[in-house]
Ligand binder design. Structure first.
Ligand code: SF4
Ligand code: SF4
Length: 393
């Protein structure tokens, strides 16, 4: 009998955590460096170190809220001197909780999101048949083999009224640049990134298989995404299914189109702007320069940096499935971020992720009484400048 089995009251849980990808808990020597950098400790006490410790002994407290707090922001893994994968440890514990159907108060909505994903391919309780409704007034074609790009709009861009504006801005820019692209519409399902992080592995796998089949059947060669969560999943997680689809995030594509001379930024954008690095674009995938280069290409735009930027960017609070969680006032990271944008005198807080935009819009309503701060996706800024250029002609 191993030492671990002697100590562990629940050896099967230790094994289950290990099998679910959380094996690295063994290396932790409880230094606490992870807790120091975790954004939760700016708003309340929370210890991922303690969760890693509990995993070692097979004693995760699956009934408590704490196992659901990690937003998978990616800040603490980079600080760990022992290579512990805190996110994987946390997700593996959530898999156990999910399999028992244990969801405490703040994350009960996960059950609804999961059911909607399984039934309709989106977490918002919307009908699959309405997935392409955002494009009805634009001449966006269904994807056909031979097109340059498949534009994979995420669930929020397909259904959420605020985020639909981003899908429209993206389509308008692509049309302006002469890119041949199409959408899959009802054949498209959620990428599955966030539900996977909540421990619902089977739902993730089934969504991934649906999408992969649709990509292969349609002859997709390159996928354009607006959500860093879709980007991360297609690039880093779908290869688990033995497929590798080239994927490009809109912030990368915009720069590519500008550099190729296909997108001419004739207008200007005379505002003080600050850019928020989404966790899954920046820390998880190293994309920091391209969005800043796109903003830098707009005449008149003044780019200022917030206190926490690039690798140290402050999470909006929406990753790891927490976009579906209830976070009480006083504990919302997005409130801190909006305050940081105000502190540098920004007129516009720009980002490139639907979760960030949703959370910032909510915080803006609560904190920005004078309505001085605008929240924008990078495509909306480019679209506005293109329209301005047109009017000036
Ligand atoms: S930083 Fe790594 S070794 Fe230190 S407590 Fe956290 S998980 Fe353990
Ligand atoms: S990944 Fe981010 S939110 Fe999760 S424990 Fe680490 S620092 Fe905290």
């Amino acid at each position: 009998m191993s030492n671990e089995e002697t100590i562990a009251p629940l050896p099967e849980i230790v094994r289950e955590i290990g099998e679910a990808g959380g094996k690295s808990y063994r290396f932790c020597f409880q230094c606490g460096k992870c807790d120091v950098v975790c954004p939760w400790n700016r708003v309340r006490t929370f210890s991922i170190r303690k969760i890693v410790r509990q995993a070692t002994f097979g004693l995760p407290e699956i009934e408590l809220e704490d196992i659901w707090r990690c937003t998978t922001c990616g800040t603490c893994p980079a600080q760990c001197p022992r290579g512990v994968e805190q996110i994987e440890v946390g997700v593996s514990i959530r898999r156990i909780a999910s399999s028992y159907g244990v969801f405490p108060g703040s994350v009960r909505a996960l059950r609804t999101a999961r059911a909607s994903l399984a039934a309709e391919g989106n977490p918002l309780g919307e009908a699959r048949s309405a997935r392409a409704a955002w494009a009805s007034r634009l001449s966006v074609a269904p994807f056909a083999e031979g097109m340059e790009l498949l534009f994979f709009g995420c669930c929020y861009q397909s259904y959420d009224p605020r985020m639909r504006k981003v899908a429209v801005a993206t389509a308008e820019i692509l049309q302006r640049a002469g890119v041949s692209f199409g959408i899959l519409g009802t054949r498209e399902s959620c990428c599955g990134e966030s539900i996977r992080k909540t421990g619902s592995e089977q739902v993730f796998k089934s969504l991934a298989r649906e999408n992969i089949k649709a990509f292969i059947d349609s002859g997709v060669k390159r996928i354009l995404v607006s959500s860093p969560h879709c980007y991360h999943t297609f690039l880093n997680e779908y290869p688990e299914f033995m497929v590798n689809f080239p994927v490009v995030h809109i912030s990368q594509l915009l720069l590519e189109l500008i550099e190729q001379g296909r997108l001419e930024l004739s207008g200007s954008y005379r505002k003080r702007v600050t850019y928020h690095d989404p966790c899954y674009l920046g820390r998880h995938n190293g994309i920091y320069d391209q969005p800043r280069a796109v903003l830098g290409a707009l005449a008149g735009l003044e780019l200022v940096e917030m206190a926490d930027h690039r690798q140290r960017s402050l999470c909006c609070g929406g990753g790891g499935g927490r976009i579906w969680a209830d976070t009480p006032k006083g504990e919302r990271f997005a409130d801190l971020r909006v305050a940081q944008a105000q502190q540098v005198g920004a007129e516009v807080l720009v980002t490139a992720c639907p979760y960030c935009i949703s959370n910032f819009e909510e915080s803006r309503l609560a904190l920005d009484e004078e309505g001085a701060l605008e929240i924008k996706d990078i495509t909306e800024i480019v679209q506005e400048s293109l329209r301005g250029g047109e009017e000036a002609r």
